[in-house]
Unconditional design. Structure first.
Length: 131
């Protein structure tokens, strides 16, 4: 869209300048006066073009500045979200490991009790054999 506007504006300026120069060349003035008019006309056209290009450049600078700020905001938000979810996953994993460790400790306690019971039973059998 901006490219079409710029092209249209440049076409208009070029046409206006060409028309003005043609009008000056056809007008019955001295050569030095005609050259002065052409020079002034070219200067005015150049100044107008420079102002327009400066406006477009300022607009582009503003657009890209806003674009970069928007990206920084979005990536900052994304970074915060990833960090939050990572901490949440770490917390859940720690809870699960703790829960499973508790189960293992309970089973280990049962195995120790069973081993002690078997040892006691074996000791009792050996005592009965020796009597």
């Amino acid at each position: 869209m901006a490219n079409k506007t710029t092209n249209a504006l440049l076409g208009f300026l070029a046409g206006a300048t060409a028309g003005f120069v043609t009008g000056i060349l056809i007008a019955p003035d001295k050569g030095s006066k005609t050259r002065e008019k052409i020079k002034e006309s070219a200067q005015q056209a150049g100044d107008g073009l420079k102002e327009d290009l400066d406006e477009k450049l300022d607009g582009l600078k503003s657009y890209f500045s806003n674009f970069v700020n928007d990206l920084n905001t979005r990536f900052g938000d994304l970074e915060n979200e990833v960090e939050r979810k990572t901490k949440q996953a770490q917390r859940k994993a720690a809870e699960k490991v703790e829960k499973e460790a508790s189960k293992v400790e309970k089973e280990a306690s049962k195995v120790e009790k069973e081993a002690a019971r078997i040892k006691d039973a074996k000791t009792d059998k050996e005592k009965q054999k020796t009597k």
